[in-house]
Design a protein. Structure first.
Length: 393
């Protein structure tokens, strides 16, 4: 079946549940057995048996099987958050003394995990590279490099890495690869088919899509996922709850439709902004003006609704006035839900580095991030238009 059909029906069994068209929530912590031998047998296959819901739970399993099918992976494991999935995927491939290469605009908490937590607690070091060219990775690799961690498009500036080129380089040196594919979803980018070992997502964004779930997922080969289930997942314990999995099964049914609408809405808003006299650079790889548009066309089939633009305005009170004047675009972190959001990366960045160093990360004081939701695009543009008027008044 095509994946849009699979998102409706794959891994579901209405006949096994009296015809109920939506699966039940298996809200149980444990499973009981008929006998000593029956539970003994279950323990022979702990990554595949219903024993205890930190391990395998029927509702979570339906969502995992759907996501694996969607991404073209053999198996998926859901986690309590995107960071639960990301930290586990990274730990799966490294041990004390190993080295990792990643991109400098990687998601903030991932950057802290790699750049601060792992070196201090585990003696695992990371080199952060620009990532726009394959030479960046070649130069950073040492004999100790065991993992290249990608995020394409990256956070805040939405720059791309050539996934195919990186996986060929990594394979030639026996290095594993992980990618954060939250932005594109498997609908618009299929990293496992480009040779990536593990694909991770913050399910809290588009896969959940309704701003009512915090969750994460790792997708990959069955052998890798089985090992993660028995080690990083079981021991660190960042497990997905059955109710969240049930909401996710609901969300996945509309993923294809939602992504198409996020894409068309985002393009309408981004093109309107590009033509606005008070806007500088608009950072969305699907725009033909993007310096990486060729790479975008090579490895992606669409673009989602999160992007950034620079206001030409440089005075903080005016920039604040613009953000505060938006009303349909609500102020908030996170993204990928039905609702449109506005955020200025400078707000959180200023807590970590002085504004003079924002340019190191490609950010300005007036860089504005939009998560374009599922509203009518005319209404979204009208909201931004009145915010410009308010800023100028
Ligand atoms: C939000 C986000 C995460 C973290 O996911 P949580 O579900 O919040 O833990 C990871 N990567 C990217 C790109 C994100 O935007």
């Amino acid at each position: 079946m095509n994946y849009d059909t699979d998102l409706m029906h794959f891994a579901e069994d209405p006949a096994g549940q009296k015809g109920a068209v939506v699966p039940p929530i298996s809200q149980n912590s444990l499973f009981t057995f008929e006998s000593w031998d029956a539970i003994d047998e279950a323990f022979q296959k702990p990554a595949d048996s219903y024993i205890y819901s930190r391990g395998i739970n029927p509702t979570v399993e339906i969502a995992e099987r759907k996501i694996a099918q969607l991404a073209g992976g053999e198996r998926a494991r859901l986690f309590a958050s995107g960071m639960g999935a990301i930290s586990s995927a990274i730990l799966h491939y490294v041990k004390q003394g190993d080295h990792i290469v990643t991109v400098k605009n990687v998601y903030g908490p991932t950057s802290n995990f790699l750049g601060k937590y792992l070196p201090e607690k585990c003696g695992i070091t990371t080199t952060f590279v620009e990532g726009n060219s394959i030479e960046d990775f070649e130069q950073a690799i040492t004999e100790k490099t065991k993992l290249i961690y990608l995020e394409s498009p990256s956070s805040v500036v939405f720059s791309l890495q050539d996934i195919q080129a990186v996986t060929s380089l990594a394979k030639s040196k026996g290095i594993h690869t992980v990618i954060d594919n939250t932005w594109a979803t498997p609908i618009f980018q299929r990293p496992l088919e480009l040779g990536i070992d593990l694909e991770v997502h913050s399910v809290s964004k588009y896969l959940g899509g309704h701003s009512d779930i915090v969750s994460g997922v790792i997708i990959g080969k069955a052998e890798d996922i089985r090992s993660i289930i028995l080690t990083e997942h079981a021991l660190l314990g960042a497990k997905m709850a059955p109710y969240e999995a049930w909401l996710l099964i609901r969300s996945l049914r509309t993923l294809t439709l939602r992504m198409e609408k996020h894409q068309s809405n985002a393009m309408a808003v981004a093109e309107w902004l590009e033509a606005h006299p008070q806007v500088g650079l608009v950072m969305h790889p699907a725009l033909p003006s993007s310096s990486q548009h060729e790479l975008y066309k090579k490895q992606m089939t669409g673009g989602s609704g999160l992007f950034a633009f620079n206001l030409k305005e440089t005075e903080l009170p005016k920039i604040k006035a613009f953000v505060n004047a938006c009303s349909l675009f609500q102020i908030g972190v996170s993204w990928g839900g039905h609702e449109s959001l506005i955020y200025a990366p400078a707000i959180s960045l200023a807590k970590e580095i002085p504004p003079e160093r924002f340019c190191d990360l490609g950010i300005e004081l007036g860089t504005i991030r939009l998560s374009v939701g599922l509203e009518n695009p005319q209404d979204l543009i009208a909201d931004l238009s009145q915010a410009f008027a308010a800023m100028n008044s």
